[in-house]
Write a protein that binds this ligand. Structure first.
Ligand SMILES: [Zn+2]
Length: 341
C-alpha cells in the first residue's frame, strides 16, 4: 500500500514538473469516429532526429538506432512496431517514439539442453519449455529461432539475480545442444564438452543480442547462476573465459586483482573457515555479486550449490562447492570490478 501511494505521489510529481505552457485545458467529450482530417497544426519538437518508419505489407518497422547510451536513452528498436488498431480511430506515429523507454530484454541466459539435437528440438518446441534460440551441434551454419525476441520464452523458471526475479520476463534464452553430465559412484559430476564450432555460433549469436539490447556484462549469465539450487547448466565445460577474452562477452576477473587478494583469502580460509561471521561474509559477497542466497551463517546446502554454480562459471577446474582461497579471491575480485550500481 505504501509503495502504491509512493508511486501515485511520484506520478503526481512528474506531471507537476511538465512545462505549464504546453498544458492545454480540454474538456473531455465522447468522440464519434473522425472521417475528415482536422486542421489542427501539430508541431512536434524536432530537436532529436526522427527515426524512419518503414511499412512492409502492413507491418511497420523502425530500424534506425537513435539511442544515446550516455543518457540511458535506449530507444532503438529492431523489430516490428506493435500498435493498436482501435475501431474507427487511427493510431499515428507523429510523436513516436518517447525518450523514456528501454528494452524489456535485460538479461541473456545460457543453457545446455542435456539432450541430443533431435530430442532438443522436440522438447523445446512441443512441450512446456522453450528458448528464443537453439544452437545445434550438427556443424552447419544454422541457428534455430524458436520464440520471437519480443515474447517470453519459458527457459529460466524460478530464478533471481540481484534485485530481479523470474527472469523469463526480462531475458533472452539460448539453449545449447549438449548432453550435460554423468554422475559417478561418489556423486561427482562429469560434464560433456562443447565443440569449437558450436562455441563460435553461441558467441556470434550472444554478441548480436548483447549489442542490440545493450545487455550489461553483469547480466550475461548461466542458468545455474540464476537458479543455483536447481540447475547446473551450461556447466563448467562452457568456456566463459574464452567468450570474455575473444568476444568481450560477459564478466571475467582481472588476474592481478585476484593475485593481490589471494594471500589474504588464504589466511581467511585457514583461520576462519568455520566461523559463522566468515560464512556470513562469504554469503553476503555472493549476494552482492548477484546470487539469490540467504545469509544464514552456515555452510548449508544452498550455499554449497551456489558456490558450485559460481565455480562452474569462474573457476571451472574444481567445482566441489567448497569455498577455497582461489574461489574466495576470484569472488572478491569480481565484486571489486563489477560492483552493483
Ligand atoms: Zn537451463
Amino acid at each position: 500500500m505504501r509503495k502504491t501511494l509512493y508511486i501515485i505521489g511520484l506520478s503526481a510529481f512528474v506531471f507537476s514538473c511538465a512545462p505549464q505552457k504546453n498544458i492545454k485545458k480540454t474538456v473531455y467529450k465522447p468522440k464519434t469516429p473522425v472521417t475528415q482530417p482536422k486542421t489542427v497544426v501539430k508541431t512536434p519538437v524536432t530537436e532529436r532526429p526522427k527515426p524512419q518508419i518503414t511499412n512492409d505489407h502492413g507491418v511497420e518497422f523502425f530500424t534506425t538506432n537513435i539511442a544515446d547510451v550516455t543518457k540511458n536513452d535506449n530507444t532503438a528498436s529492431y523489430g516490428s512496431i506493435v500498435s493498436a488498431k482501435p475501431a474507427g480511430y487511427k493510431v499515428v506515429k507523429t510523436f513516436f517514439p518517447a525518450v523514456a523507454q528501454n528494452f524489456r530484454q535485460k538479461y541473456l541466459i545460457l543453457h545446455y539442453t542435456a539432450l541430443q539435437d533431435d530430442k532438443s528440438i522436440t522438447v523445446l518446441t512441443q512441450q512446456a519449455v522453450s528458448a528464443h534460440y537453439l544452437v545445434n551441434n550438427t556443424g552447419d551454419n544454422e541457428i534455430y529461432q524458436l520464440v520471437d525476441e519480443n515474447k517470453r520464452a519459458y527457459h529460466a523458471g524460478i530464478s533471481s539475480w540481484r534485485n530481479d526475479k523470474n527472469l523469463n520476463d526480462t531475458s533472452i534464452g539460448i539453449e545449447i545442444v549438449n548432453t550435460g553430465y554423468t554422475t559417478d559412484a561418489t556423486g561427482k559430476r562429469t560434464f560433456a564438452s562443447f565443440d569449437n564450432d558450436q562455441v563460435r555460433k553461441v558467441a556470434a549469436l550472444a554478441k548480436d543480442i548483447i549489442t542490440r539490447y545493450q545487455i550489461q556484462p553483469t547480466n550475461v549469465l548461466a542458468h545455474a547462476d540464476i537458479a543455483p539450487t536447481r540447475k547446473q547448466d551450461p556447466g563448467p565445460m562452457f568456456p566463459w573465459k574464452r567468450l570474455y577474452d575473444e568476444y568481450q562477452i560477459g564478466m571475467w576477473y582481472d588476474e592481478a586483482a585476484k593475485q593481490s587478494i589471494f594471500e589474504l583469502a588464504q589466511t581467511d580460509l585457514m583461520n576462519r573457515y568455520s566461523e559463522p561471521s566468515f560464512i556470513y561474509l562469504v554469503q553476503t559477497a555472493l549476494q552482492k555479486f548477484g546470487y539469490g542466497i540467504e545469509a544464514s551463517g552456515k555452510w548449508d546446502d544452498a550455499t554449497k550449490k551456489t558456490i558450485e554454480a559460481f565455480q562452474y562459471h569462474f573457476r571451472p577446474q574444481n567445482y566441489d562447492g567448497i569455498m577455497d582461497a582461489e574461489t574466495w579471491a576470484i569472488l572478491q575480485a569480481l565484486n571489486q570490478k563489477y560492483s552493483a550500481k
